[in-house]
Design a binder for this molecule. Sequence first.
Ligand code: ACO
Length: 699
Amino acid sequence: MTQTDLQYLFDPRHVAIVGASHTEGKIGYIILNNIIESGYRGRIYPVNPKGGEILGHRVYADIGDVEGEVDLALVVVPASIAVQAVEACARKGVKFAVVITSGFSEIGNIDAEREMVETARKHGMRILGPNVFGLYSAAASINATFGPGNIRPGNIAVISQSGALGIAMIGKTAEENMGLSTIVSIGNKADITEAELLQHLFTDDITDVIFLYIEGLENGREFMDLVKQKPRDMQVVAIKAGKSEVGARAVASHTGSLAGSDKIFDAAFKQAGVLRAETIQEGFNWVTTLAACPEPQGKNVVIITNGGGIGVLAADACEKYGIDLTSDMEMLKKTFQPVVSRFGSYRNPVDLTGQAGGDDYREALERALNEDSIHAVIALYCQAGMTSLQPLKQTIMEIQEQYGDKKPIIYSLFGGEETEAVLDDLTRSGIPAFADVQDAVSALNALYRAYEQRQLQEQEEVDIDEEAIRALLRQVADEGRTQLLGTEAKAVMQAAGLDVPPFRVVRDIEGAIAAAEEIGYPVVMKVVSEDIVHKTDMGGVLLDLDDKNEVMEGYEAIIRNCRKQAPHANIRGVEITKMVDRGVETIIGATTDPSFDKVLMFGLGGIYVEVLKDVAFRVAPVSRREIGKMMREISSFPLLLGVRGESRKDVNAVIDAIYRVGILVDRFPQISELDVNPLVVYEKGTKVLDARINIEVEK
Ligand code: ACO
């Protein structure tokens, strides 16, 4: 990726509005008004051939007439004249043009868009858009959008692939009083991409959390590599649209961008440390929590509540997310017994009971926050009728002030109008407070996940016989084939270090007997032919052959069956291989994703993959630790751990096999598809029974 400097896009010293309008309500008027209202300190140059004055600012008939330098030009003239307007900006020496105008590649007008970018590049000008809503940047205190005007500065950056949704988000962030460092839409990304924007945000001084709305990524691999470089204390939350089949189609026709398979996006986000929210509201909840809370210094969480019911709901939600509710009774008793009444409980959830007021909460919270072995607090309040809420609100505000930057405290307040009003005030003060207990626990979970140590993509040395693999693949390509024979695919797997039972390809009965004797009975025999796909149906496979006679008869039968059923097939011989014991059948797959390139799949064989689609993905290559997580994601994983009296299978051997396949497809990009099916897993070790590899010949 090229290093870019977007400083003057986000912190322009002087701006022009090309197409600034005299007419109130037009986009060119609203933008100028927003810029003025947002307290922008640089010079503002409205440009419009009609000249005159708009909102007290002199209007320039042509951008070329502006005397001083212009870092940023907002282009708001119709598409028919936008290319000329951009060219005029570029000639003037403008550094960045934000082209708001619609009507380019999104409706098939690709040539004009290309011309616009080429012209800009010739003069060293960069373009954001076209088809964007503008940009807000706290660095320059500039609201150059045509959205709502009341944006509060803060530490959250929003990047949206959808302009309309982005504008709605401005409204929503204003309503929730969320502080923004920037909000931009990237529109048709004719020039500046989200990757460049992210790169800039990773290094600016104000952004702590990035909220991304993504519809598709042309180069998911580049995105992942970039996100992995983010500073550790900067968090990225993403909403990826296009989850359902219908959604995916809508995205494809909406922006023309490639919507990769959703499971692959999920996997890639996990690997890169991006938190993926399901809904926009969930994303907002997480983002505000991440922006407000410090990193938890340990796993022990305490729930403080005034109602048993919501306490249990919160505890259930914690269990669902794997959040550790501390059960150190000695510590809990010492810490909370003095503050709980006789009807309450110091056990976790700590129940202060219904009559608890602001002072009780203060004491309980202070005790929790001063106890070193408690690392985060979930404070719940259920409206209890008798008590006024004002003291509680006061307590929360003060506690936040004193402890808010030391430990994460997440609040949930449930009740009627008065509770809602308090909740509103807390939210508007940037305190993570939610009406629903689930939302509070989900936000705390996001905080924990955000700081989970992401392992580096360590690439250990593994003994892969690259020479042998290269030679095999070259030979297949030279023959003009795109699919390897099963025996060739197994040879590749063997060279990659997977355990493949011994096999030979023979061309006559004597050879078959010799091979079987060498390998040792029982053996399996299989026809070798690229023209016969369904080998079993053709009578081309025989299992469990125990002696010389069976092998002789078997060889003849296979040749006879195949010649009869597929007279034109090129029969290269018969494969003799060891018949192996039964074990748990698994599948390792690799495929090429248009956005993320090589991805790996793992699942258990038979119905688990084919019917239940119980599979997990990762982008290759994958570290062993990440493979462990990937395997645990499938619901059939316990079958490998041994159920109903079965012994535990060799999970580490499977991890090793997946690891090697990951390295194989990464080092040999010409492998477009690969299946190890099945990989049989035993108490000790694994065995590759069959494999399929497809290659792209031109690579
Ligand atoms: N240089 C500068 N100004 C010019 C020029 C020129 N060469 N030629 C004309 N103008 C002036 C016009 O006179 C007019 O000013 P006026 O109102 O004082 O007369 C002003 O520029 C605007 O031109 P209009 O022809 O009135 O254009 P209009 O404002 O109707 O539309 C716009 C322009 C907004 C760019 C429109 O073409 C457009 O693309 N709209 C969609 C914008 C959009 O939605 N973008 C995506 C955002 S994200 C989302 O999806 C919400």
